[in-house]
Design a protein around this ligand. Structure first.
Ligand SMILES: Nc1ncnc2c1ncn2[C@@H]1O[C@H](COP(=O)(O)OP(=O)(O)OP(=O)(O)O)[C@@H](O)[C@H]1O
Ligand SMILES: [Mg+2]
Length: 367
């Protein structure tokens, strides 16, 4: 089976006064794996149900493999879907649930038996064939739903938090399985998750939604290293925001002043968005905890502060640092657990450093 391209054009959905999805457009290549991340209520499920055909869009178009399917019935779209709430048939056993899409396609009985057994092995549910959904745990129900979506090897697969109820180990094992099956089939996948690590690990590209709109779409590293807005910056990974002001030197280059004595040379405008900022404009200087350290990389500017707390988090240590300038927030610094820095006393004076490329500059909201 070969995946198909999927194209969304200005897709919107209104429920009376709620705008659930607004003007979402993007193309997914055949065989591509795209994750959708976004806060609760940002329109992720609504987007998937429109693609699957369970909700009609208020406006916009959906096409698969170049064919417009905006008005097609769900069973005519050849899409596999795992719903957020499992949606198993309660009166059918595990076996019957998984066999259902094959029966609809009139696959013969022996072939059904073999395919169901194979897929149940894959999701580690052999021996559960005759149970009903209400006799299964949440995680087991989720795995039945995944098996049912995969059994027909659909060219397009939509998954709405398919592993949400699983514990860490099973979840990671299932992630690998889903990825393995997806690349084996070459299926095109849209995968909704709340788990950023999961999105980063599985995906070719990640789509970030907020308030019904698509705010950024890019490769995992792009989203992480070049967030397009403060929202994306703080939503994906951890981010410190330091208040500053744009200053321009004689050459017109923007530098960010964070106190009377400290000015950070702005990174290249293409990286940071600083190119468009007016002189005197209030900005948020964003820098990730792992980009900060207590040791100067070459000639970076020191930002003075005082240690507020030190937290051991297994693989790394997090230091909360109160910046010396009044009106600045507490900043997190993340170092490997094996760091030779510290131990520090509470209140001890430290200097923070980062490569200037690690800073992002965003215009602060106008007061
Ligand atoms: N059938 C409906 N009728 C009215 N409003 C709806 C309906 N379905 C969804 N909404 C609203 O549309 C918005 C988007 O909902 P949606 O379920 O798509 O969000 P989500 O991103 O999947 O959230 P979650 O992460 O919590 O699952 C929400 O404000 C929700 O209340
Ligand atoms: Mg949802």
């Amino acid at each position: 089976m070969i995946g198909k391209t999927l194209s969304l054009q200005s897709l919107s959905k209104r429920f009376e006064r709620t705008v659930a999805v607004e003007g979402v457009s993007f193309d997914i290549a055949a065989g591509e794996f795209v994750s959708v991340l976004g806060p609760s209520g940002s329109g992720k499920t609504t987007l998937l149900t429109m693609i699957a055909g369970f909700e009609a869009p208020s406006s916009g178009r959906i096409s698969i493999g170049g064919q417009d399917i905006t008005g097609a019935a769900p069973n005519r779209r050849n899409i596999g879907m795992v719903f957020q709430k499992y949606a198993l048939f309660p009166h059918m056993t595990v076996h019957q649930n998984v066999a259902f899409p094959l029966r609809m396609r009139r696959v013969d009985r022996l072939a059904i038996r073999d395919r169901v057994r194979m897929i149940l092995e894959l999701v580690q549910l052999v021996g559960f064939d005759h149970r009903y959904p209400n006799q299964l745990s949440g995680g087991q129900q989720q795995r039945v739903a995944v098996a049912r979506a995969l059994v027909c090897e659909p060219p397009v697969l939509l998954m709405d938090e398919p592993l949400g109820a699983l514990d860490k180990n099973l979840r990671e094992a299932m992630q690998l399985e889903i990825k393995r099956i997806q690349s084996k089939l070459g299926a095109t996948v849209i995968y909704v998750t709340h788990d950023q690590d999961e999105a980063m690990t599985l995906s070719d590209r990640v789509a970030i939604m907020s308030g019904g709109t698509l705010v950024q779409l890019g490769a995992p590293a792009d989203i992480y290293q070049r967030p397009c807005s403060p929202f994306v910056a703080q939503f994906v990974g951890k981010m410190n925001f330091i208040n500053g002001e744009c200053q321009r030197d004689e050459a017109g280059t923007c530098h960010i002043r964070i106190s009377d004595r400290i000015t950070i040379p702005a990174p290249s405008p293409s990286l940071s968005g600083a190119g468009h900022l007016q002189r005197g404009r209030a900005v948020k200087l964003a820098v990730r905890p792992e980009s900060l350290s207590f040791a100067p990389p070459d000639s970076a500017t020191a930002i003075p502060g005082h240690i507020d707390a030190e937290i051991f988090v297994g693989a790394f240590r997090v230091y909360l640092v109160r910046l010396a300038t009044i009106g600045q927030p507490i900043v997190q610094v993340q170092l490997p657990a094996s760091t030779s820095a510290g131990p520090f006393r509470r209140g001890e004076r430290v200097d923070l450093f980062a490569f200037k490329e690690a800073f992002h500059v965003f215009a602060a909201p106008e007061a």
